[in-house]
Write a protein of this length. Structure first.
Length: 221
C-alpha cells in the first residue's frame, strides 16, 4: 500500500515510521526545509520537501498513485485543504485527516474530501467510555463523513443478544458485526458464532441502523 503523509512533525513522522515498519510504501511531505534536513539523515521514510497545500507539490510527490493520503499537520485549515486537493484533484481513494482543535470536528467530512477524521480528545473519550461501560453502546470511530460508525458494546447479563448466534440476531442489512473480543482474544464472527456475556462486540453500521443495532445488543425500546 502506498501512503503519502503531509506533515513531518511528531505525529506524522511517527505514523510514517510505523507504516514503513509494517511494510508499506510511505512518503512524507514537509514544507520546512530545516525539519527535512534534520530528519533525513536518520529517517528510513522517503521525504519530500514542499507545501502539500500546492497542487504542484502533490503532483510531483506522486499523490495520484497513493492508496491513502494522510493530512497530519498541526493546523486544521491546512489539513482540510490537503484533504480536498487529494480527493478532488487526484482522486485518492482514502483520505485521513488529523483534527487538532476538537471544535472543528464538524468541518471534517466528505465536503472537504475527508473519509476518516481522527481527533485525539474524541478518541480518548470513546476509549474511556469503552473501558468503563458495560451494557451500553459506544461509538468509537466515524467513516465517510459520518455515513458509517464503528460501535462497541460489551454484553451485559440482561442483553437480549446473549446466548444467541449472530445469524439469529436479525442484524439490519446495512450493519455488520465485524469482530468479537472474548477473554482478550479476537473471534472472527460467523453466522454460527454464539455471543456471550462479557463479549466486546464491534460492529459497523450506518446512522439509520444504529438504534436497531442498539436494541439487538443492549435492549430497550
Amino acid at each position: 500500500m502506498k501512503v503519502v503523509i503531509a506533515g513531518a512533525g511528531a505525529v506524522g513522522a511517527f505514523v510514517a515510521s510505523d507504516l514503513k515498519d509494517a511494510g508499506h510504501d510511505v512518503l512524507l511531505i514537509e514544507r520546512s526545509a530545516a525539519l527535512v534536513a534534520r530528519l533525513r539523515p536518520s529517517s528510513e521514510v522517503d521525504l519530500f520537501l514542499g507545501d502539500a497545500c500546492e497542487v504542484s507539490t502533490l503532483d510531483e510527490a506522486g499523490v495520484a498513485d497513493a492508496d491513502v493520503m494522510v493530512a497530519a499537520t498541526g493546523e486544521d485549515q491546512v489539513n482540510l485543504v490537503i484533504s480536498l486537493l487529494a480527493k478532488q484533484e487526484f482522486g485518492v481513494r482514502r483520505v485521513v485527516a488529523r483534527i487538532n482543535e476538537p471544535r472543528n470536528k464538524w468541518l471534517f467530512n466528505e465536503t472537504w474530501g475527508v473519509d476518516v477524521s481522527v481527533s485525539t480528545p474524541h478518541l480518548l473519550t470513546a476509549l474511556i467510555e469503552e473501558a468503563v461501560s458495560v451494557g451500553s453502546l459506544v461509538r468509537l470511530l466515524e467513516f465517510g463523513g459520518g455515513e458509517a460508525h464503528l460501535i462497541e458494546v460489551t454484553l451485559a447479563e440482561d442483553s437480549p443478544a446473549q446466548g444467541r448466534t449472530i445469524v439469529d440476531l436479525g442484524v439490519p442489512r446495512d450493519a455488520s458485526i465485524v469482530a468479537v473480543i472474548r477473554g482478550g482474544r479476537v473471534v472472527v464472527p460467523r453466522g454460527d458464532t454464539r455471543i456471550e456475556v462479557g463479549d466486546e462486540v464491534l460492529a459497523l453500521t450506518t446512522p439509520a441502523s444504529e438504534d436497531a443495532l442498539k436494541r439487538i445488543l443492549v435492549g430497550g425500546g
